[in-house]
Design a protein around this ligand. Structure first.
Ligand code: SF4
Ligand code: SF4
Length: 202
């Protein structure tokens, strides 16, 4: 699965943010220990009710809390069983990953969600944190003023955005890198680059 699960279990759960009837993370992510594929319900999940192997959870599941549980700024509308999206922080890039229920692939385009994703982008881009929406393996970068299709993104790929002044105004330069592990560590090799004029003062 492209959208990696962050170990956000280390983050503190906001008091009162219980999973309750939500089970969406048991659908959208893969679980390596179980050989479970992303986008399909786990065989141990009773959708809307919970996990049937609670006393014997895979480590990945036991450590997991989505961002709705740990980020106070996300309102109750963002509870995944309502929004049909699960948010996490990518473990390496710290980007905000929005994984959409493949049964409701346009969920991210609805309001108030789309406007709030743009606002998240605007607030987080200056800190170097991007907002990337995944529908299955297809990534889409949410910028403060536009959405950019990235195509299929793999877990080994890294997205970067810089903003430059162009002759007709500001331009985003989006680069996708392949991460390669070598004897000396990790290297990044550019896979693609594209330029997108800013549409408003972002
Ligand atoms: S997506 Fe979040 S709220 Fe829903 S079951 Fe998973 S951790 Fe709980
Ligand atoms: S083992 Fe339980 S918690 Fe983990 S994905 Fe399956 S149903 Fe969800």
């Amino acid at each position: 699965m492209t959208a990696a699960v962050s170990n956000v279990g280390e983050a503190r759960v906001v008091p009162g943010r219980e999973c309750g009837s939500c089970t969406l993370c048991c659908k959208v992510y893969n679980v390596v220990e179980l050989g479970k594929a992303a986008g399909k319900w786990c065989s141990h999940c009773k959708p809307g009710r919970g996990c049937t192997i609670h006393d014997n959870l895979p480590r990945e599941c036991a450590a997991f809390n989505c961002l709705w549980k740990t980020m106070p700024a996300l309102s109750v509308q963002w509870k995944p069983d309502q929004s049909k999206m699960v948010l996490t922080l990518h473990p390496e890039t710290n980007n905000i990953q929005v994984v959409v229920d493949p049964g409701q692939p346009s969920a991210w385009t609805r309001q108030p969600y789309h406007g709030q994703l743009r606002a998240l982008s605007k607030n987080n881009m200056p800190k170097g944190r991007l907002v990337v929406v995944f529908v299955n393996d297809l990534g889409r970068l949410i910028l403060p003023d536009q959405d950019v299709q990235l195509g299929v993104l793999t877990r080994e790929q890294v997205v970067s955005v810089t903003q430059e002044a162009g002759p007709s105004g500001a331009v985003y330069e989006i680069k996708i890198f392949n991460r390669r592990t070598t004897a000396d560590g990790q290297t990044l090799e550019i896979a693609s680059a594209s330029r997108h004029p800013a549409r408003s003062a972002a």
